[in-house]
Write a protein that binds this ligand. Structure first.
Ligand SMILES: Cc1cc2nc3c(=O)[nH]c(=O)nc-3n(C[C@H](O)[C@H](O)[C@H](O)COP(=O)(O)OP(=O)(O)OC[C@H]3O[C@@H](n4cnc5c(N)ncnc54)[C@H](O)[C@@H]3O)c2cc1C
Length: 361
């Protein structure tokens, strides 16, 4: 990482302890929203950025492979974790700066993403409302450039504070170097230049533009406007609508284990899309600003007859075929078997390879 090193910022709610909190043989079932069984041989709770530096300097942990765990809402655990699990619990939520053109807010990596959105809307810093109720932590939000209802993290990100897992140095990365794409970023990439597993995101800064303008292009939000007769919704109104829409559509992980959308919506060329429409005129698709076309993966899975199906303990959610669920005592291997079977049948019918969204471990 070439960016400028910064002094570690003041730690809000600093726990004040110099000791690492180490645990062994930790059951990870409560720590992943799919509710899959797995054990972490060693787990360290990261409560401040200095804890990451302590891990790097630790005689045993320093050189061991690491896995960074946020809220566990975008992972599929297929086996026990040999790597040292760094469980992100850094707190802190504050307005860092108010500028003429934006509010700059900052949150610790362990803060719940939804708590950040709710706090910002209620505190009068609008701009994140379309991304309400996305599970997981603030620290994981740049990893796959989370997005929903017409907004992505990249549209609001100012910078990311990371700690290098080799050197222990703190670096502030501006949004411009994060290589954001659709459910992708430099933090997810494993190839040359990729930062997956190489650094821990400890703090995230967001720039919420002034004056606030609602993002309303999304069909389901337009429907809400038509139903309610509200043509100029507030940030709070949009927040509430997004929560209502998501609760009606997606399974609550506290009730039915899942990791949200299991596959990315594939992006194809106009020619490929025309070819598919020739064979399947009903296919749901969205033109993108760059001329490419995004296909609705959930529609394709449904068209292959998977909605509501079960394989072992894993299944396809009845209301949304893009979501795979834990029917009870699912194991990671069953989820993977189901996902592969879906990929094969979608490829057989449409010639499109669906890519998984969660990280497989
Ligand atoms: C019901 C449901 C709905 C969802 N809806 C959406 C949606 O609308 N849009 C969307 O984009 N996603 C959605 N998701 C996916 C998920 O919420 C996001 O990907 C979220 O950002 C994951 O956060 P997490 O803290 O749970 O990350 P985890 O699952 O713990 O980790 C995911 C990846 O990020 C890495 N990571 C985690 N924290 C850090 C860190 N601090 N530093 C470096 N790497 C880190 C992990 O190593 C792992 O590779 C949904 C999930 C569920 C269960």
């Amino acid at each position: 990482m070439q960016e400028q090193a910064v002094n570690p910022p003041s730690e809000p709610n600093k726990p004040g302890s110099q000791e690492l909190l180490l645990e062994s043989s930790v059951n990870l079932k409560p720590f992943n929203t799919f509710g899959l069984p797995a054990t972490a041989h060693c787990l360290v709770r990261i409560r401040e950025a200095a804890d990451v530096r302590r891990v790097v300097d630790h005689p045993k942990l320093g050189r061991a492979p690491k896995f960074i765990l946020g809220g566990g809402s975008n992972i599929v655990l297929t086996k026990d974790i040999e790597a040292v699990v760094l469980k992100m619990e850094i707190p802190g939520l504050r307005l860092l700066e108010e500028r003429d053109d934006a509010w700059i807010i900052e949150a610790g990596a362990g803060v719940s993403w939804h708590a950040l959105v709710q706090w910002s809307v209620e505190a009068g810093y609008p701009g994140l409302e379309n991304m309400a109720l996305i599970p997981g932590t603030v620290g994981a939000s740049p990893v796959q450039n989370i997005g929903a209802y017409g907004l992505e993290l990249k549209d609001r990100l100012d910078s990311v504070e990371v700690v290098d897992l080799t050197t222990g140095r703190t670096v502030l990365l501006p949004a411009s170097v994060c290589q954001f794409g659709y459910r992708d970023s430099v933090f997810k990439q494993t190839g040359p230049g990729g930062l997956a597993g190489k650094c821990v995101i400890t703090r995230v800064r967001l720039a919420l533009p002034k004056p606030w303008r609602p993002v309303l292009g999304y069909l389901e939000l337009e429907r809400k406007m038509a139903e309610t007769g509200i043509s100029q919704p507030t940030s709070r109104q949009i927040f509430d609508w997004v929560c209502q829409i998501r609760r009606a559509k997606l399974p609550d992980p506290a009730v039915i284990g899942n990791a949200g959308s299991f596959f990315k919506n594939p992006v194809v060329t106009l020619e490929q899309c025309r070819d598919i429409i020739g064979r399947d005129p009903g296919i749901v698709h969205y033109p993108m600003p760059d001329g490419a076309i995004k296909l609705a993966a959930g529609w394709m899975i449904d068209a292959c007859g998977w909605k509501g199906k079960t394989v072992g303990g894993a299944g396809v959610y009845e209301k949304q075929a893009l979501v795979l669920v834990n029917r009870g005592e699912a194991r990671g291997a069953e989820v993977v078997t189901l996902a592969r079977a879906i990929q094969e049948s979608v490829y057989g019918r449409f010639g499109i390879r669906l890519e998984s969204e969660p990280v497989m471990l």
